[in-house]
Design a protein. Structure first.
Length: 277
């Protein structure tokens, strides 16, 4: 679907009026961003004008002020920060967070950059929704499942976890990586993907071997005194994982694990220069 949308962009853009800048989910496709439940039936472009948007069978034109753009494969594209805000203005919260997390992480977008872009959009429809989504973003989330996990945790009324930690023994030896963690409570959380203990499975890998490795890691974590909570895709829409996490946080506060957790270094961001229009 994404490749088809990219071909649609390349086919339709030359037919559009000069000054059309690829935007919204079409920009996200060109950036290679993770998307979740986002319609890709129309190519989205923005023109530097107030209003005048329209929808055609294969295109959706937005009219809003636009003073700069990036260039991807020879095409003018809204900057990563502008794309985050455009998506937050127009998509449901969960879809906007998945795409926004991915863009923020890949391009190293700072809270200041995103706040500036939100301020520019203050008179656009959906600004309250956009502020809500942008304030929730975490560029350290590394998959749609991890972004949706943070939404699940918040929906269950639990405190926000830290993301991407490295668990070490007291003498500094590596034990495991945590998708989420609560250091003060000694709680480690793992999003496993489609099935339990499956988060380390790579394409072509052996599921049995992946399960064995994960079980060994979990045993080591528990031996050090950490509480471990895991969940899969099927858990994201319910409350069971939240109940288990709440119980683990309560138990963890009564004791102190022997190991420690340090933030995992962030992935080196890719910066794309913006060009004035």
């Amino acid at each position: 679907m994404r490749e088809r949308h990219r071909l649609l962009i390349e086919a339709l853009l030359p037919e559009l009026a000069d000054g059309s800048v690829v935007s919204h989910q079409s920009a996200a496709v060109l950036y290679g961003t993770t998307l979740w439940r986002v319609p890709l039936d129309r190519v989205c472009v923005t023109r530097n004008r107030r209003g005048g948007g329209r929808i055609r069978p294969h295109t959706k034109v937005f009219g809003s002020p636009l003073d700069s753009a990036a260039e991807v494969d020879g095409l003018l594209v809204t900057t990563p920060a502008r794309t985050v805000v455009d998506l937050a203005l127009t998509l449901p919260f969960d879809a906007a967070v998945v795409a926004g997390d991915a863009l923020a992480g890949r391009f190293g977008l700072t809270a200041g950059e995103l706040a500036e872009e939100v301020a520019r959009a203050k008179f656009r429809h959906g600004i309250a929704r956009a502020k809500h989504a942008v304030s929730f973003l975490d560029g350290r989330s590394r998959s749609a499942g991890e972004s949706l996990s943070r939404i699940m945790i918040r929906r269950c009324g639990l405190p926000a976890p830290a993301t991407q930690g490295t668990v070490l023994t007291p003498d500094g030896r590596f034990v495991d990586r945590a998708d989420f963690y609560y250091e003060n409570a000694g709680v480690v959380c793992q999003f496993d993907g489609p099935f339990r203990y499956g988060r380390l499975l790579r394409h072509g890998g052996d599921p049995a071997e992946a399960v064995h490795r994960e079980q060994a890691h979990e045993t080591h974590l528990r031996a050090l005194g950490f509480q471990v909570v895991r969940w899969t895709w099927n858990d994201l829409s319910g409350d069971e994982a939240g109940r288990r996490l709440r119980a683990a946080l309560t138990r963890g506060r009564r004791s102190s694990p022997d190991g420690r957790i340090e933030p995992t270094p962030a992935i080196e961001p890719r910066r794309i220069p913006a060009h004035p229009l």
